[in-house]
Ligand binder design. Structure first.
Ligand SMILES: NC(=O)c1ccc[n+]([C@@H]2O[C@H](COP(=O)([O-])OP(=O)(O)OC[C@H]3O[C@@H](n4cnc5c(N)ncnc54)[C@H](OP(=O)(O)O)[C@@H]3O)[C@@H](O)[C@H]2O)c1
Length: 316
């Protein structure tokens, strides 16, 4: 099959570890189902994999990708990327994401357990759907299950250009929140305002302290996130693009009874609820660009440059 895969690991130069071309279909459990991929999308996770974060030499070559929508058994479906068991599969200590243990979505076909396919409403295109399973699902769980966003509440989203961040702004707005978003780039601040957020420079003072912070930048913004959180508010962390060893002012955490919460991906039920919200609220994912799958390397280069706003989608 034609695939984009990690042929080696390169912590310093992840793009040098990427190969695009024919690869023999890897082994997967016999009772899994095969989805013909029609659209896939990239995530920062794919770059982490090429750097060897969460992916070992012994698993190579590994087909990359966590996001896909396609066709299974004549049905239009969305692929849930978390492979795990239990009521909340994200808490299964043995859970994996596609492309960590089992081949990912950047290929002609992807194989998953039958419970990991969800029927896709006709109103949502493959291109839009392919944006949802990782970044959008992560943002949804951060705001709802983990962040417990109150009705009429307020949200700060750090690093406005990323896939999770743009999703969080659109979803928080659709859920009725007042939304603030920071970015180092004036261009991204203008773009995020158009999605319904009040845009601020990174580190700027907010007009109010917020109920929930969506934190994926990590070291560079965590202190600001803590300063911007209201008494009893929640800082929900799902990523650390700028560094994972950060300093926390514990005085604020205990005096203001703040909660710092981790969050990772989401459950199949949360993905189905997100799909419903997208269909009924009429919102659509923010897409930076759509390319034919053969041009996947260019999409990786754009992701690595950090100059993207929203999702990088590939049509198969
Ligand atoms: N736990 C999970 O389930 C999960 C799921 C999805 C993603 N993630 C993680 O979440 C993070 C975000 O991923 P993503 O794909 O949405 O986007 P991304 O491409 O990592 O987003 C980058 C954003 O981070 C900001 N940023 C990067 N370096 C920075 C720095 N040194 N200082 C300040 N801001 C910086 C940039 O904001 P500006 O340029 O706008 O300032 C940029 O828009 C990644 O680390 C990813 O691995 C985790």
């Amino acid at each position: 099959m034609f695939a984009a895969y990690a042929a080696r690991i390169s912590p310093e130069d992840p793009l040098s570890a990427l190969e695009v071309g024919e690869l023999a279909a890897p082994e997967t459990p016999a009772d899994w189902v095969t989805v013909e991929v029609r659209a896939s999308a990239l995530n920062h996770h794919d770059l982490w994999s090429l750097r060897g974060v969460g992916l070992g030499e012994d698993a190579l070559p590994m087909v990359l990708g966590c996001d896909a929508a396609g066709v299974y058994d004549g049905r239009r479906v969305l692929v849930h990327s978390v492979i795990g068991e239990g009521e909340d599969e994200t808490l299964d200590p043995r859970r994996t994401l596609l492309s960590e243990k089992w081949p990912g979505t950047l290929a002609d076909t992807v194989r998953v357990p039958a419970r990991n396919v969800i029927d896709l409403p006709d109103s949502i295109s493959f291109t839009d759907a392919a944006c949802l399973p990782t970044a959008w699902l992560t943002a949804y769980r951060m705001l709802t299950t983990r962040g417990r966003l109150p009705k009429g509440g307020s949200v700060l989203v750090q690093g406005a250009g990323g896939g999770v961040a743009t999703a969080a702004v659109v979803l928080a707005h659709a859920l009725g929140a007042r939304v603030y978003a920071t970015s180092r780039s004036a261009e991204k601040r203008a773009q995020i305002e158009a999605l319904g957020a009040v845009a601020l420079e990174s580190g700027a003072r907010l007009p109010e302290r917020v109920d929930v912070v969506v934190e994926t930048v990590g070291k560079a913004t965590l202190d600001h996130s803590i300063k911007c959180t209201a008494p009893g508010g929640r800082i929900v962390v799902s990523g650390a693009t700028s560094g994972h060893l950060a300093t926390v002012d514990l005085r604020r955490v205990f005096f203001l009874q703040q909660e710092i919460l981790g969050s990772t991906m989401g459950t199949r039920d949360e993905l189905a609820a997100l799909l419903d919200l997208v269909a009924t609220a009429g919102i659509r994912p923010v897409i930076d660009s759509v390319r034919p799958f053969v041009e996947v390397r260019g999409a990786f280069e754009a992701l690595a440059s950090g100059e993207v706003f929203g999702k990088l989608v590939l049509e198969h």
